[in-house]
Ligand binder design. Structure first.
Ligand code: ZN
Length: 404
């Protein structure tokens, strides 16, 4: 279904033009020969397309010394000798400073904004504003002010003023515009947030699910580039999960309703609000704080647990390793069923996994065949500005993709 308020396109062209631009964005700086064999295009066909993109100012040619290899798909090996035949090859890259975009991550009471360039790199400070209440009007005026903060940064840096705004939030969004469900904003009716922000901020706006945005950002500009399948598990106030196949999130109408939130993980785990024993809710901040309170015999908050865990007190350490084993179980379930090449663990409490990585491994191994390959997982450093950046890269990706 078409977006209601489409993000403008940087250029128009055939499907191949978009595929070439996407490959340059993901793998650049990349040599023409590599690009041609990657996309199975003849040198001639590729050259016609790259000439158009050079002419439009979308890509640039880098001299050989700077043309160090970008990233390439894991299974892809450039033809031997192809790089060194004839004169040294230049490499193609997206013109990073040609465009900027604003990314905003909406939380329950505030929002964080940042600007990114056409490489999906942060080019502004981190801005945060609180909203007075959770009404759409209050949220929109807060977001418009944040967008102005970020736009000012791009001007101060001598960069082009932003092309579009990407907003991400937890919940369900239709046609990149209408928020139909948001667990933290509690809106009773669907809200065309894209239209409201477009009016208030004067820039085309897209609204996206926050976890899918992190996933897409990783698939275009991070560790998910070139992978057939890439999954993300987030831990924090809730537990989130999303899967990308060939760089695109797997779509399912129900996915923003927390499909992975109640998967059984530990038969001896705590009971969740829905009455399950040891479901994935045991990875949430509230559940961890509650379990810790029971262990130490008095009321403790998640911050108390975090402080004790980092200090290495014995009860907190025990709960850390239990939590890591449970997370490992969840990673094994994802690895066994979805078969991604990499699983990213993100979110505000993902740091727990760094405190007892061996227990995460033990949890994974408990549910994997002894001869199966080790599961590749990585723990993302948490920073809400990176979530905001991911919202910005969503509109950048729209800007260089064909209209849907
Ligand atoms: Zn449950």
């Amino acid at each position: 279904m078409a977006a209601l308020h489409p993000i403008p396109q940087w250029f128009t062209g055939s499907d191949y033009t978009y595929r070439v631009a996407a490959a340059i964005a993901q793998y650049g700086p990349v040599a023409r020969t590599t690009l041609a064999s990657l996309l199975r295009l003849s040198q001639g066909a590729l050259s016609r397309i790259t000439s158009d993109l050079l002419y439009e100012g979308v890509i640039e040619e880098l001299a050989p010394p700077e043309a160090s290899a970008g990233r390439l798909p894991h299974a892809f090996a450039p033809k031997p000798g192809a790089r060194h035949r004839g004169r040294p090859q230049t490499a193609l890259a997206i013109r990073g400073d040609a465009k900027t975009f604003i990314g905003i991550k909406v939380q329950a009471k505030s929002a964080i904004g940042t600007a990114v360039n056409a490489h999906g790199e942060i080019v502004s400070g981190r801005h945060e504003r609180r909203f007075n209440d959770q009404s759409p009007a209050a949220v929109v005026s807060c977001l418009a002010a944040l967008a102005a903060d970020c736009a000012q940064d791009t001007i101060d840096a001598g960069l082009p003023s932003p092309t579009a705004i990407g907003v991400s939030l937890a919940g369900h969004i239709e046609r990149d515009a209408i928020v139909t469900f948001s667990p933290f904003l509690h809106w009773e009716h669907p809200v065309d947030l894209a239209e409201l922000i477009t009016e208030a901020a004067g820039l085309p706006t897209g609204i996206f699910n926050d976890i899918d945005s992190l996933l897409m950002d990783a698939c275009w500009f991070g560790s998910g580039v070139g992978l057939n399948a890439f999954a993300i598990i987030t831990m924090g106030v809730g537990v989130g999960y999303s899967l990308a196949m060939h760089g695109k999130p797997v779509d399912c109408p129900d996915k923003s309703y927390g499909l992975a939130g109640h998967i059984p993980l530990d038969p001896d785990g705590p009971r969740c609000g829905s009455g399950h024993i040891g479901c994935a809710q045991c990875l949430t901040t509230d559940s961890i704080a509650q379990e810790y309170s029971q262990m130490i015999g008095h009321e403790a908050s998640f911050s108390d647990f975090e402080r004790d865990a980092r200090a290495g007190t014995s009860l907190a350490t025990r709960l850390v390793s239990r939590t890591c084993f449970r997370l490992g179980t969840m990673i094994a379930i994802v690895a066994n069923l979805a078969m991604p090449e990499t699983i990213m663990i993100a979110g505000e409490t993902a740091f727990i996994a760094t405190l007892a990585t061996d227990s995460v491994r033990d949890g994974i191994n408990r549910y994997r065949h002894s001869q199966s390959a080790p599961v590749h997982f990585e723990i993302a450093k948490h920073d809400w500005q990176l979530w905001a950046k991911a919202a910005g890269t969503r509109v950048l990706i729209r800007h260089i993709s064909p209209l849907e």
